[in-house]
Design a binder for this molecule. Structure first.
Ligand SMILES: [Zn+2]
Length: 123
């Protein structure tokens, strides 16, 4: 799903790693560490795309979710984050819908990899 505001916001967030049915941008590089915005691809496809741009999971220090539309996150990739212990940041208001839709998100919270962000607070 993509409304007008989302399309405008997406333009500010760097190159696209994949589009179409799954939203996935290239990682932002901050001091050599990668930050993924959304995690719409499945784990194997995501690993392949990262490799294609000379990156990999070792370089990814965190994943930030923009919003909870189902094309912005993959349950299997959330499970992968839990295995790799890569922090996943989402807004506090995302917790309830993700918990409802996604058992993998619950396990991510259980192993304390899931973190919620509050507007105006440090992250
Ligand atoms: Zn969306």
């Amino acid at each position: 799903m993509q409304d007008g505001q989302e399309a405008r916001d997406a333009g500010k967030m760097g190159p696209v790693l994949a589009s179409g049915s799954s939203r996935q941008r290239e990682p932002l590089e901050l001091d050599g560490a990668g930050l993924l915005i959304d995690i719409g691809l499945g784990p194997r496809q995501l690993a392949r795309r990262l490799q294609e741009i000379g990156s990999d999971w070792q370089r990814i220090r965190g994943v930030v979710l923009t919003h909870t539309h189902s094309d912005h996150w993959s349950a299997r990739s959330l499970a992968r984050l839990a295995e790799l212990r890569v922090p996943f940041f989402c807004h506090a208001e995302h917790l309830r819908p993700l918990n409802r839709q996604c058992p993998e998100f619950q396990s991510l919270q259980f192993c304390r990899v899931g973190k919620d962000i509050h507007s105006g607070a440090d992250f």
